[in-house]
Design a protein around this ligand. Structure first.
Ligand code: B3K
Ligand code: ZN
Length: 896
């Protein structure tokens, strides 16, 4: 395929019911790496609700046809490029198809493939068609019985969805296992695993009294790293019972870890398959972030058992129905595990982290050529739509229901949703209507959150009438539709925006808020419902001019525009009772300062310090009454990527200069405070991934990172050396290595070599830690003498590097291209050449992963002119060489 071919575009508006249904599927696998035989016997019947067709057309890819029978009688079939058609089929029949696939030749990790000698599957979204011909669409729900046959020595463990109903030996050293899944499911939830695996097992009782078997399957070398995943699974099961009344519906629930996996994990019914990165954890090898991710992803996949599996999507345009909802559920789960409602400041840590990603990744996506609504209208390759918009903005949309309805109202909506749709394949509208009906609300305008792409802006103006003691807040929503026009999105009217607001008195205390016409003053945070383009809300009995705290807890995925003075932001940073907005005020201050510095840097002017900033920051550094984790988040500067996006024309070099300048100034001016902070936040004793201990480690390591910025980094080097040698956990060990690499880049003295070599030697047999070793080097600051691109090029030839393993590719190539903007966007275009080579190489191996990498240049139009041309050139070069639908869609949209 070349760029000039018309790629097939699938449109939401074209959805039609399938003319046939598949009630049951019986699959038999004779597993062998080079050639696996798949026998597929299905009960098919005409769909009484759909247009009747005489012929049955199934889809299948990369399959070799062997035979077909209808009700036991051989039948002719027409085999197309990716179809199998049978003419004149009866109304109801058993269709048996036998075909061959080649798991060991499958480098795409979609369908049936081999990883480290074991078999795994990945079927979402359209991988089942690489296993057998089928009506491979999510609204075809069937029951599955699966028989696996394989060599007993090489594949002692044989797993599939549901319950094990039979197993035994076969002649020739082979054996078999038969699995039956009692629940109807779409084909994308099918899974099998076969190989040399062992399990950590636990039996638990669920609320209604039944006993369940839980298993975490891994390679034998990893068994000692499964406890945290098991604990997370048990926590998830209990939380879903308590919060949503949803119980585990199978007798057995399995998680299997695999080294080669395109994404995080997959929620196959009863047999979740996970990237090892989101299962394995031990203090020595997994960081605090890894521990948190394992808990969140285990939760996410488990929660899909109801939101996704019991109620699934009618078509792939409805993906956010399950993904947005399930991300929201995992976010709430994590927040609850961190301390729940009793500890709002700790809960806020989770919220801040999620919003940081929303703003950086999703807002970025919204303003680029891949912008789409939460429920997209068309796609060329569905794999490209597993995006921040579908997942994270989708979760914000679900969160807004809860903000508008309260937790009880949201629960009523969820209950009605399951009452109406359990066992069905439905749409985002069905979910919205359940929320509305359960609460007697009209959510028709709310539908625009699903259909309109783009980030709304809410401009705020205020007016205080001292005599009448009235304070008016005018909210005006708008939308920069430049990009929408580019990507062909239509904008039909204002959004329904829940806008949380508080008012601070001159001492920083919250005012009780009463709106005009209400009898008594009420809560101190109010949710204003903005439904028109402009609305004014008037608060009464306001004794003195207040300071507004806007969009508390990020109550809607919008950009707030309000002209705060620096002093007002400093005041909010110190006093706001909403921890999220406290943090946000600090970020606004930093962003303002950094953008001013960046424009001076871009103009070749001298960078100067702004002493007014120091007071508020010093107060945060020294405020030991604040949770360490929150202090750390408040003291981390906004990322270079985010800052570059705030510029009229992104200039990564200027942003880097500005951010480094501010880091060095903060390091120098607060040196004693950083040293004290370091000493005060040590975490002696056994490793614990609790929020308190993680917070202390984060703050301590931030202090170390600042100290490494000093002209004379000897304190940092001394502390980092010692920390490296004595660390009993990966967070401390990798942070000290990072500080040493950074001090080296600042001074030109190689402080890091010894630790870097030691790190590799120590962990070379642990792939996930070797990934960290690659990533740390790819993300390090480069120097004129040694740009990072050269280090990355050298590492591409390292014996431990392979583009075939997605985690390894992400660790080295994605970390460099996506998380080291100053080096990636080097003026000589060296980063872009590397990017282009790797996209082309990946395109031939693994289109899904290639397309993710391809997206890293999609926003080329937003950059300064000197970078635009080389970026466009790299995209054009790639466009001429790639073949996959995945990458072609991305580069075509990017080039426009
Ligand atoms: N549902 C899967 C994602 C599948 C991605 C397919 N390209 C994991 C998840 O979101 O839980
Ligand atoms: Zn998901």
């Amino acid at each position: 395929m070349s760029l000039n071919d018309t790629a097939t575009v699938v449109r939401r508006a074209d959805y039609t019911l399938s003319s046939f249904l598949v009630d049951s599927v019986e699959l038999e696998f004779d597993l062998a790496p080079e050639q696996t035989t798949v026998r597929n016997a299905m009960r098919v019947r005409r769909n009484p609700d759909a247009v009747s067709e005489t012929s049955l057309q199934l889809v299948g890819e990369k399959l070799k046809f062997v035979s077909a029978q209808i009700d036991g009688v051989p039948v002719d079939v027409l085999i197309g490029d990716s179809t199998l058609t049978i003419e004149d089929v009866p109304d109801s029949f058993e269709l048996t198809l036998t075909g061959l696939c080649s798991p060991s030749a499958n480098t795409t990790m979609l369908g049936l493939y081999v990883s480290r000698g074991n078999f795994f599957t990945q079927c979402e979204a359209e991988g089942f068609r690489r296993i057998t011909w089928f009506l491979d669409r999510p609204d075809i729900m069937s029951t599955y019985t699966v028989t696996l046959r394989a060599d007993k020595v090489d594949y002692p463990v044989l797993l599939s969805n549901g319950n094990l109903v039979d197993h035994g030996d076969l002649p020739g050293g082979r054996h078999y296992a038969r699995w039956q899944d009692p629940f109807r499911k779409p084909s994308y939830l099918f899974a099998l695993v076969a190989g040399k695996l062992v399990a950590l097992e636990e039996r638990i009782k669920v609320r209604s009294g039944g006993e369940k078997l839980l298993q975490v399957w891994v390679e034998p070398r990893d068994l000692d790293k499964t406890r945290h995943a098991m604990d997370s699974l048990i926590q998830s099961i209990h939380w879903d019972e308590a919060r949503f009344g949803l119980e585990l519906d199978l007798d057995r629930f399995m998680i299997v870890a695999v080294d080669d996996f395109n994404m995080g994990a997959m929620e196959n019914k009863g047999l979740n398959i996970f990237n090892t990165k989101f299962v394995l954890a031990s203090p020595e090898t997994a960081s605090d972030a890894d521990y948190a991710n394992v808990q969140a992803v285990v939760g996410h996949e488990y929660f899909h058992n109801w939101t996704g599996n019991r109620v699934t999507c009618r078509d792939w345009f409805q993906l956010s129905l399950k993904e947005g909802l399930t991300v929201f559920r995992d976010q709430e789960f994590t927040a609850a595990m961190m301390g729940g409602d009793e500890r709002p400041a700790v809960r806020a840590l989770k919220r801040i982290e999620d919003v940081r990603i929303m703003r950086q990744v999703q807002f970025g996506e919204d303003s680029g050529p891949m912008a789409h609504s939460v429920r997209p209208d068309s796609y060329s390759e569905i794999s490209n739509f597993y995006t921040a918009t579908v997942y994270r903005k989708g979760a914000e949309v679900v969160r807004m229901y809860q903000t508008l309805l309260g937790r009880d109202g949201f629960r009523r909506g969820m209950d009605l949703y399951f009452q109406r749709h359990d066992g069905q394949a439905v749409t985002c509208d069905d979910f919205r209507v359940a929320m509305a009906d359960a609460n007697g609300r009209d959510f028709s305008q709310f539908e625009r959150w699903y259909s309109q792409a783009g980030t709304p802006r809410v401009a705020v103006t205020t007016q205080y009438d001292a005599t009448a003691k009235r304070y008016s807040v005018t909210l005006t929503q708008s939308y920069d539709d430049n990009n929408a026009t580019v990507v062909g999105q239509t904008h039909t009217g204002p959004w329904h925006i829940p806008f949380a607001i508080g008012l601070l008195d001159p001492y920083g205390a919250d005012l009780p808020l009463g709106l005009d016409g209400e009898s008594a003053a009420r809560e101190t945070t109010r949710i204003l419902e903005l439904t028109q383009t402009q609305q004014t809300f008037t608060f009464v009995d306001v004794e003195t001019r207040p300071l507004p705290s806007l969009l508390r807890n990020f109550s809607a995925p919008v950009i707030v525009e309000y002209d705060y003075s620096d002093d007002e932001l400093a005041f909010l940073l110190e006093h706001d009772s909403d921890p999220f907005n406290r943090w946000d005020a600090g970020q606004r201050l930093f962003t303002r300062e950094l953008l001013a510095l960046a424009s001076r840097a871009a103009a070749g002017q001298r960078l100067e310090t702004n002493e007014a900033l120091m007071g508020p920051i010093r107060r945060v550094v020294t405020d030991t009454s604040l949770a360490a984790g929150l202090r750390e988040l408040m003291l981390v500067l906004p990322t270079e990527t985010w800052l570059a996006e705030q510029m009229a024309e992104s200039d990564p070099a200027a942003v880097h200069a500005a951010r480094q300048f501010l880091r060095k100034w903060l390091a120098t001016s607060l040196k004693d405070e950083w040293l004290t902070t370091y000493e005060d936040n040590l975490t002696p004793g056994a490793y614990e991934p609790t929020p308190a201990a993680c917070g202390r480690r984060a703050l301590k390591n931030l202090a170390l990172a600042y100290l490494a910025e000093l002209d004379d980094p000897s304190d940092a080097v001394r502390l980092a050396d010692m920390q490296y040698r004595t660390a009993n956990n990966m967070t401390d060990r990798s942070a000290s290595l990072g500080a040493l690499l950074n001090a080296s880049a600042g001074t030109g003295i190689d402080f890091g070599k010894h630790a870097l070599d030691d790190f590799y030697e120590r962990f070379k047999d642990d792939p996930l830690v070797v990934d960290k070793w690659f990533a740390l080097q790819a993300m390090q600051r480069g120097t004129l003498q040694r740009p990072t691109v050269e280090i990355v090029r050298t590492l591409l030839s390292h014996p431990a590097f392979s583009l075939r393993n997605p985690n390894r590719a992400r660790a080295l190539v994605f970390s460099f291209c996506g998380a080291n903007p100053a080096q990636f966007h080097a003026a000589d275009g060296s980063g872009y050449s590397l990017w282009a080579e790797q996209v082309v190489a990946l395109d031939a191996l693994n289109p899904q992963v290639a397309a993710r990498l391809a997206r890293m240049l999609e926003r080329w139009r937003a950059y300064v002119p000197a970078l635009r041309e080389p970026m466009r050139g790299a995209l054009a070069a790639v466009a001429g060489q790639v073949r996959s639908r995945d990458v072609i869609e991305v580069v075509r949209k990017a080039l426009g």
